[in-house]
Design a protein around this ligand. Structure first.
Ligand code: HEC
Length: 254
């Protein structure tokens, strides 16, 4: 639901994700393209190992809502379509918390993108691979626009990230239900006042980014520099989905 393969392993319709039973998730689903190479995981960088990352969404009450890790393993053990598969893949270990993480991490590590037009141009010196306008854009990106100070790209960095967390000014204390245009059906857009939206919308709680992990006030509103590879396929953007085509439709933000 949140990492839809056809939608760049994120979800184009929703600025912030919706979990089990329609529960509000306050952050945007980050894409899992190239996650094999990410040094920090989640928007606040709280996990570092893909094998461990799986338990966040599996157990979060507003995401997949499983009551406990052991309970989840027990439940998977009763499902006939997994019968014997974990034992076959992990001979000595069988089904368990570690091997579930290893299995899902193993799959996610295959979602690697490479050999893009940019790669052929920049790393492969194939001059005609990108348009002149794109080449000008890159000169700006890596030159005086200084994007590449955080979205690193050079011979040793192909991911457009410095693996650090920064406060870029997008953090928020709290959000309000906003009125505006709502797409009630594909192609049918109506103008709705905030008064109508507020009672049916759960307002996402505040978000302090890295501070929530470290407790250090200097870390307030710091978020991971996202990998920009495939950014054209992975809208909406930013930890709160604030940069995306669906910004126009506020109901999609809930
Ligand atoms: C100080 C470090 C820094 C600089 C400089 C910087 N960025 Fe970012 N960028 C970030 C961080 C951190 C985020 C994530 C912010 C968030 O989630 O709220 C981000 C997010 C983005 C995103 C959204 C990607 C996604 O998948 O969510 C795009 C696109 C982007 N930056 C492009 C640029 C461009 C273009 C420039 C230059 C004009 C630039 N950035 C300069 C740190 C930086």
């Amino acid at each position: 639901m949140c990492q839809v393969p056809e939608q760049g392993f994120t979800n184009h319709e929703l600025a912030t994700a919706v979990g089990i039973e329609g529960r509000t998730v306050r952050r945007n689903s980050p894409t899992i393209y190239n996650v094999a190479y990410a040094k920090r995981l989640f928007h606040d960088g709280r996990e570092h190992w893909l094998e461990q990352r799986v338990w966040g969404p599996l157990l979060a009450a507003n995401e997949m809502g499983n009551p406990s890790a052991d309970g989840s393993i027990e439940r998977i053990g009763t499902l006939s379509d997994y019968g014997g598969l974990f034992e076959k893949a992990f001979e000595d270990m069988g089904l368990g918390k570690e091997t579930l993480g290893m299995a899902l991490a193993g799959y996610q590590r295959t979602l690697v993108s490479g050999n893009s037009a940019f790669d052929r141009w920049y790393f492969g010196s194939e001059e005609a691979a990108v348009s002149e306008a794109a080449a000008r854009g890159f000169r700006l990106f890596s030159g005086w626009a200084r994007c590449a100070t955080c979205h690193l790209v050079d011979r040793d960095h192909a991911l457009f990230t410095d693996d650090q967390l920064h406060n870029t000014g997008i953090g928020s204390l709290h959000r309000r239900a906003a009125g505006g245009q709502v797409e009630v059906a594909p192609g049918t857009v109506v103008e709705l006042d905030e008064v109508f939206l507020a009672p049916i919308s759960e307002i996402p709680p505040g978000d302090f980014g890295l501070y929530e992990i470290t407790g250090n006030p200097l870390d307030r509103w710091k978020y991971r520099t996202p990998l920009l590879r495939n950014v054209a396929l992975t809208r909406p953007c930013m930890h709160d989905g604030s940069l995306g085509t669906h910004q126009r439709f506020p109901i999609a933000r809930r």
